[in-house]
Write a protein that binds this ligand. Structure first.
Ligand code: FES
Ligand code: FES
Length: 144
């Protein structure tokens, strides 16, 4: 249907024109994460300044869904407090599990284009790869 077509276009746009692809210079939280089912990997970097995520960037190899999701995630977490980004990740995880998710808490924007992935269990790890990296980076940051 039309919504599926629109969502596919949003995903392909992020895949072909990734936002925040690259690396920061200087001090960052850096996390490497791989998808055990296919071996694809990404590196995520985040700058946390004054209690907020000032920016996030990624590099890596993966399928269209994993890279589009990384692009969307790095866009969405900018300006959030770490605990808010973790909250957004749990909303995203609900979306990926096909559960009802809280659409109101954050402006999810393009991220909702990934909800169709929930219908394909084999692809869920692709969509969550960058989010797992973000969670790990922020937890490690918290513990240090
Ligand atoms: Fe191949 Fe994700 S493991 S599509
Ligand atoms: Fe490897 Fe999707 S197939 S991340």
């Amino acid at each position: 249907n039309n919504l599926d077509t629109l969502y596919r276009q949003v995903i392909m746009d992020h895949y072909k024109n990734p936002r925040n692809r690259g690396e920061f210079e200087g001090e960052t939280l850096t996390v490497n994460m791989n998808n055990p089912t296919c071996g694809d990997r990404i590196q995520l970097q985040m700058k946390v300044e004054d209690g907020k995520i000032a920016g996030a960037k990624f590099v890596g190899e993966g399928c269209s869904i994993s890279l589009a999701s990384a692009s969307m995630m790095t866009q969405a977490v900018k300006g959030l407090k770490p605990e808010e980004a973790l909250e957004m990740s749990s909303i995203f995880s609900d979306m990926m599990l096909g559960k009802d998710y809280d659409e109101e808490r954050f402006d999810l924007g393009d991220i909702e284009a990934l909800q169709g992935v929930a219908k394909f269990p084999a692809r869920i790890k692709c969509a969550t790869l960058a989010w797992k990296a973000m969670e790990k980076g922020l937890h490690d940051h918290h513990d240090s």
